[in-house]
Design a protein around this ligand. Structure first.
Ligand code: TRP
Length: 368
């Protein structure tokens, strides 16, 4: 395998909607920590608009709007353009060229087996009886391999659902290197160590926050909206009277407390307990009401969300500045990915116009 002596992160999001607290605990918060760890030579975050278009071809306006929305979410969470390069996928032509060459290294049977794509096809109703699967959608794992390899990223922090993408990417890397010589770098997936943070349920207690289920708390939600959402959160349906024993498992309020609360929050807002374990114990025993738990959760969440809201307000007052960050980041990424594309073309020997041997070989062949 080609050696990369640098530590490079590449990750990305599809700009199909504003980001919610599931994104925040699952990845954004961690990206900021990685950014500030100083352990990485380069960090790139891709706003994957081209990938988003693979199942939104009829609605480019939605993608267009959400590019700024997602950038605002990034910046307000503390991603710092001086340390992290934010770039726009469709503006990086090298990615599209690489995808085209990688397509020859992947069989349709292999794509069909990709569990993430399989699942997404089902969720979107593209298959049997549906409108059919857009080719671009079907092949997006290949384009995602282009995203990762074009930055020579060795570290890709993503959610579990993306594991099959990294696996498929690494297969392409191995295939490429074995056919054309060592060029590309394999990447490692970096999952969140905290299991609860990996899959934060929706406010309705359902498996995952999702816009279509209407069970999200968005980073850009106003305090009164967050208040309403928390107060109507799913708890334990059998916990009717305060004195009833309550269930913690599947109780969204406690799952959120698991993800967000720290011991110091108890000191500040709920000194009846010194930590979450004590609070859970009381809930299980009976005698602790849902409203009290929800009020505490709201305080904890406010502490986390308020600085994000403040930063968002500042960035919202400077949209041209946000735009400029995207433009500069994309410019830098264009250079990085352009270099890797040249290496790929050289390895494939299709770099005709910087390959004088091509003329020489022909002249030799013709005895000139
Ligand atoms: N598929 C990812 C998602 O839906 C987004 C994405 C696009 C991505 N390109 C990437 C993630 C490259 C990691 C690396 O969340």
């Amino acid at each position: 395998m080609a050696q990369n002596n640098k530590n490079i992160i590449l990750t990305g999001d599809r700009p199909t909607g504003k980001l919610h607290i599931g994104h925040y605990v699952g990845s954004l918060k961690r990206r900021v920590a990685l950014q500030n760890s100083g352990k990485f030579d380069d960090i790139y975050i891709l706003i994957a608009d081209a990938q988003a278009l693979t199942d939104n071809s009829d609605n480019p306006e939605k993608i267009r709007e959400n590019i700024i929305e997602v950038a605002l979410d990034y910046l307000s969470c503390g991603l710092d353009p001086a340390k992290t390069t934010i770039c726009i996928q469709s503006e990086l032509p090298a990615l599209h060229e690489l995808s085209f060459y990688y397509m020859n290294l992947v069989t349709t049977a292999r794509l069909e087996r990709n569990p993430t794509v399989k699942n997404e096809i089902k969720m979107r109703g593209f298959d049997d009886g549906g409108v059919g699967i857009p080719v671009g959608f079907y092949t997006y794992p290949i384009s995602q391999a282009a995203d990762i390899t074009a930055f020579k990223a060795n570290c890709v922090p993503v959610g579990e659902d993306q594991l099959p993408m990294i696996e498929q990417c690494n297969e392409i890397v191995r295939k490429f290197n074995s056919v054309y010589g060592d060029t590309l770098v394999e990447a490692k997936c970096m999952l969140n160590e905290n299991e609860i943070c990996r899959r934060l349920p929706g406010t309705d207690g359902k498996a995952k926050m999702s816009k279509s289920l209407g069970n999200c708390i968005y980073l850009s939600d106003k305090p009164e909206v967050v208040h309403k959402k928390i107060m109507s959160m799913y708890t334990d349906p059998n916990h009717i009277n305060i004195s009833d024993p309550g269930n913690i498992e599947g109780n969204a309020v406690f799952t959120y407390l698991d993800a967000f609360s720290r011991d110091e929050h108890f000191e500040r807002y709920l000194p009846d307990y010194s930590n979450l374990e004590e609070m859970k114990e009381h809930y299980r025993r009976g005698g602790l009401g849902d409203v009290k738990c929800k009020k505490f959760l709201e305080k904890v969440m406010t502490e986390e969300l308020e600085p994000i809201r403040e930063k968002r307000k500042a960035w919202e007052a400077d949209i041209p500045g946000v735009y400029e960050i995207l433009r500069k980041g994309t410019e830098k990424a264009r250079i990085t990915t352009g270099k890797v594309l040249s290496e790929v073309k050289t390895a494939m020997r299709i770099n005709y116009f910087d390959d004088s041997a091509l003329i020489r070989d022909w002249m030799n062949k013709l005895g000139q």
